[in-house]
Design a protein around this ligand. Structure first.
Ligand code: TXA
Ligand code: MG
Length: 493
């Protein structure tokens, strides 16, 4: 079959060509078209023969149901057994838009379209070409993403042609799509609405509109096969580019170093390599292709391409709003191959001013706790003229709490104390700044203000010159803070 490719300007629709496309759908043929998420491969949703053609053009297993695209809310009433109240609320808020709702199917919808299921997925796309095509065809349009099964969802007509040319009647080229990531799918057939596929519209946004809890299908989060995702399509190694892919996770500096090391070694093997980075980090890489996923500050642009190389190393993306949806796809593409560059720390240095008080108390208390992975604990001062024993009141408080002060003397913090696997905790933020200023070679990401690290608002104040009671209070607040620190450290090992 020859595939006719037509170019349509979404802001100035060519009525004749659009009618031609609509007529093809009405005649049971397949037409690929742009939506705001990805390109779809459309056919008459209520015609089982058209649905069968879709499965065969995509090479898709026929138990994987299709999404029915509508152009008017009343269409939902035609194909749903009943329209749940939640569907009305969500459609008011998000339709037309990147949200697919699963409801009980009515008799009009053939099992060929729903992959044999008694439920149907419905969405009203927010794209002038898609909406016009639905209206002109006089049909509802079943449309999966317009890619060969197992390949990434296409964001440009050229990607569609690459996969489907010769297999379908027409491709409408409406230019690159806006979002680049498939619609969010929410299942409204259970008591609690459940997100089956994360997307642009987040569970938080849905929950706000519904005024109740929205859960995420546990099957899509598990990296293993113990729980099956409820949307059949989520179980395939979808979105997989032809290349091998790994996601490198950790703090920015370590991720960049690790990726560059991997690029160098794969280049020696003669491979073509792509790195997926962001606007802020792309300058640090030297691969065959460096894709910027946009700026971390501009989340919406972080979603497009992944093509035509042998190996892909990607930074990990955890942006606040659609980060989860992106990582869900990326993890799939990478077959859950994640290279963790988070440093395994083996030493802690507590730092305050004189080396005789808060830092010594912190060390004493810390040694009283149990770390799952033992670390060396040290105390250092920023200004230590000569070795001094621990402050007398601090010593009294420590001893009364059963902590020995034997061998505690003040010691000046030196640059050589801080290795790559050392965490430095200061009592005050000014002390952190001082360390970063005086030791140019130390990575600022290794130096923390103790209270900030554990999420406390107040810094650990210096009791110097106060009563014995104020030393006691200092001890108590240090103990509470360090308890949180131990919890955090133990959780991360
Ligand atoms: O953004 C999108 O949703 C794009 C554009 C073209 O609209 N379409 C799309 O369709 O991504 P497709 O077929 O590639 O993905 C549909 C997903 C599959 O994972 C499928 O298993 C799931 O929706 N699905 C469809 N009907 C379902 C149902 N009744 N119950 C559970 N999952 C369903
Ligand atoms: Mg798809």
């Amino acid at each position: 079959m020859e595939t006719k490719i037509i170019k349509i300007d979404q802001d100035n629709l060519d009525h004749k060509l659009m009618q031609e496309a609509g007529d093809l759908i009405a005649a049971g043929e397949l037409v690929a078209f742009p939506t705001e998420t990805v390109y779809g491969l459309g056919g008459d949703a209520l015609d089982p023969e058209a649905s069968k053609k879709i499965y065969s053009a995509k090479g898709r297993p026929s138990d994987n149901p299709l999404i029915v695209h509508i152009s008017d809310f009343s269409d939902l009433e035609r194909i749903a057994k009943t329209v749940p109240e939640d569907a009305r609320k969500l459609s008011d808020a998000f339709w037309p838009g990147p949200l697919t709702m699963i409801v009980e199917k009515g008799d009009a919808v053939p099992y060929a379209t729903t992959g044999g299921m008694d439920t149907v997925a419905v969405r009203m796309p927010n794209h002038p070409i898609a909406l016009d095509l639905i209206r002109r065809s006089g049909c509802l349009i079943a449309a999966p993403s317009a890619n060969t099964s197992g390949r990434p969802s296409p964001t440009e007509a050229a990607h569609v042609a690459e996969d489907l040319s010769g297999k379908i009647a027409m491709i409408i080229d409406g230019g690159p799509v806006g979002i680049g990531i498939e619609s969010t799918i929410i299942d409204l057939t259970e008591d609690t609405p459940m997100v089956l596929r994360p997307g642009y519209i987040t569970p938080q946004m849905l929950s706000k509109v519904l005024g109740k809890e929205v859960v995420i299908d546990p099957g899509i989060i598990a990296a293993d096969d113990t729980r099956k995702p409820k949307a059949p399509g989520m179980k395939y190694k979808h979105y997989a580019p032809k290349a091998d892919m790994a996601i490198v996770d950790g703090t920015r500096k370590h991720v960049i170093a690790k990726i560059n090391e991997l690029v160098a070694s794969h280049r020696d093997d003669g491979k073509k390599i792509a790195v997926i980075a962001t606007e802020e980090t792309k300058q640090f890489y030297d691969a065959d292709v460096v894709l910027s996923m946009g700026s971390r500050a501009d989340e919406d642009s972080i979603a497009h391409e992944l093509y035509r190389v042998d190996v892909i190393f990607s930074e990990s993306f955890s942006t606040p709003r659609i980060g989860q949806a992106i990582m869900n796809r990326m993890l799939k593409a990478a077959g859950h191959q994640v290279i963790d560059t988070h440093v395994k720390y083996d030493k802690i240095i507590f730092v305050a001013q004189t080396g005789t008080c808060r830092e010594q108390m912190a060390k004493g208390i810390m040694n009283d706790f149990v770390l799952k992975v033992p670390m060396e604990i040290e105390a250092r001062g920023l200004v230590v003229q000569f070795p001094e024993p621990v402050n007398q009141k601090a010593e009294a408080v420590l001893i009364s709490n059963g902590i020995s002060t034997e061998g505690m003397v003040s010691t000046q913090l030196e640059e050589s104390d801080i290795t790559e696997t050392t965490m430095v905790f200061t009592m005050e933020s000014s002390q952190r700044e001082r360390i970063i200023e005086s030791f140019a070679d130390i990575d600022p990401e290794q130096v923390f203000v103790l209270s900030q690290y554990v999420g406390d608002e107040l810094e650990i104040l210096d009791p110097y010159g106060g009563t014995l009671q104020s030393y006691g209070l200092c001890y108590e607040s240090l103990r509470a803070t360090l308890k949180k620190l131990v919890k955090l450290l133990n959780a991360n090992t």
